[in-house]
Design a protein around this ligand. Structure first.
Ligand SMILES: [Mg+2]
Length: 415
């Protein structure tokens, strides 16, 4: 036990413009910022995805964790994910009351008794903040809490979605050229937004021959423009049936892809196995999966590259467990990311401590506020296509209060 206790868990929502939606066009995006404070005033910051139920999950988790030891990060996460939180039923309370002294029965059901969904997405943000808090309390960076750093920067891969005008091959070449000019040497494009002008039916999980041929032309234009030495990946967003996924993977294999991501619904790992075994293209999977789900994918041979997201695995330790499990299968780890700068820096700490790391996804180079709502005094967010890591305690960032105030949800107060 440490001599500090969790005193407060709070969450705020930031809302702002998004410059480039998947497939093109502008829109809005929101982010949740979590703050956990200990009774000695030490605090940590985390980010959570603003999916349904996540703010409620964080508020509930906060009521349970108040008064507890912030150092017990993994036990707290395990308790939420596997469901031992109060309020327990009368029978469960009686089981505890009737137990021999010194025996703590683990109750199997509670309001969070699910290893998926809002409880996991909520605890992920709280866990990130606890890691920041513990790092500050111990005076060491978060990557040291995970076993120490293999590298002093974490490579970024840039998700470029698609240009606004899809049938102009020069627009594809220009988007590719601009990306490389910004010092990124690792790009990804979204297959389902590559030729939407040739989608016959958005529901049937099929690719027409015309759509598949236009996808091949457009990705081919990108590869032609960037040359053979830039890494190039594609993402199918769980869209396709097995036959079309196989046909597309075979057609794209001439472009020496880094990976072919999420070809079929996440519930169909058998399709991932077939694409991996029957084509030359590495299959990447798992942006919404938790450690136990990754275990199933890895044991089946359903992915050649794991792709966890610190916002969806249950946190930094859960993501590091996935990295370690994959490493023992000699499978590399890329990291999914649609978060803002806080989630990206948190992912970089896991990347630093993971031997098999390849790259962290980042989308928002055109949406500047998402890279500015926290600030680092000792390093920029990006440098030469990577997130540099420093010796600063915790995650090494503080809120940029003026940016946060500008995008704060109306009616909310910034901590
Ligand atoms: Mg993806």
């Amino acid at each position: 036990m440490s001599d500090i206790a969790i005193a407060d868990v709070s969450v705020v929502r930031l809302n702002g413009p998004r410059a480039h939606l998947p497939g093109g066009g502008a829109g809005e995006i929101s982010k949740l910022i979590v703050r956990v404070e200990a009774d000695d005033g030490t605090y940590g910051l985390g980010e959570a995805e603003d999916f349904f139920g996540v703010t409620e999950a964080i508020e509930y988790i906060g009521t349970v964790l108040e008064g507890r030891d912030p150092m017990a990060v993994r036990p707290h996460v395990s308790e939420v994910v596997f469901g031992t939180l109060p309020p327990h039923t009368k029978q469960q309370q009686q089981l505890v009351a009737d137990s021999p002294e010194g025996f703590q029965p683990v109750t199997a059901t509670s309001p969070t008794a699910t290893p998926y969904g809002p409880a996991v997405w909520g605890i992920a943000g709280v866990e990130m903040a606890l890691c920041d808090l513990v790092g500050k309390a111990l005076g060491t960076p978060v990557y040291n809490l995970l076993g120490g750093q293999y590298r002093d920067e974490a490579r970024i891969y840039l998700d470029r979605s698609a240009p606004d005008v899809k049938d102009d091959l020069d627009a594809w070449r220009e988007m590719a050229r601009e990306s490389v000019a910004e010092d990124f040497d690792f790009l990804k494009f979204d297959i389902d937004y590559t030729a939407p002008d040739h989608t016959d039916d958005p529901w049937n999980r099929s690719l027409s021959s015309a759509q598949r041929h236009r996808i091949v032309e457009r990705i081919g234009a990108v590869r032609d423009e960037i040359g053979p030495d830039i890494e190039l990946a594609v993402d199918c967003h769980w869209q396709y049936n097995e036959g079309d996924a196989l046909r597309l993977a075979r057609d794209l294999s001439e472009f020496d892809l880094m990976w072919f991501e999420d070809p079929a619904p996440v519930t169909d790992p058998e399709t991932y196995v077939r694409v991996s075994e029957e084509t030359d293209v590495p299959v990447c999977a798992g942006e919404m999966l938790t450690p136990d789900q990754f275990r199933q994918y890895l044991e089946m041979g359903a992915c050649d590259i794991v792709h966890p997201d610190v916002l969806f695995t249950g946190g930094l330790h859960a993501t590091h467990r996935i990295a370690e499990l994959a490493e023992m299968h000699r499978v590399p780890m890329a990291m999914h990311g649609n978060g803002g700068c806080l989630a990206t820096i948190a992912a970089a700490h896991v990347a630093a401590a993971s031997r098999n790391f390849l790259g962290i996804e980042y989308h928002h180079v055109e949406t500047e506020w998402l890279a500015e709502y926290v600030e680092r005094t000792d390093a920029p967010l990006f440098e030469n296509g990577a997130v540099p890591l420093t010796d600063a305690p915790g995650l090494g960032v503080e809120l940029n209060e003026s940016v946060c105030e500008q995008y704060l949800e109306s009616g909310e107060t910034l901590f």
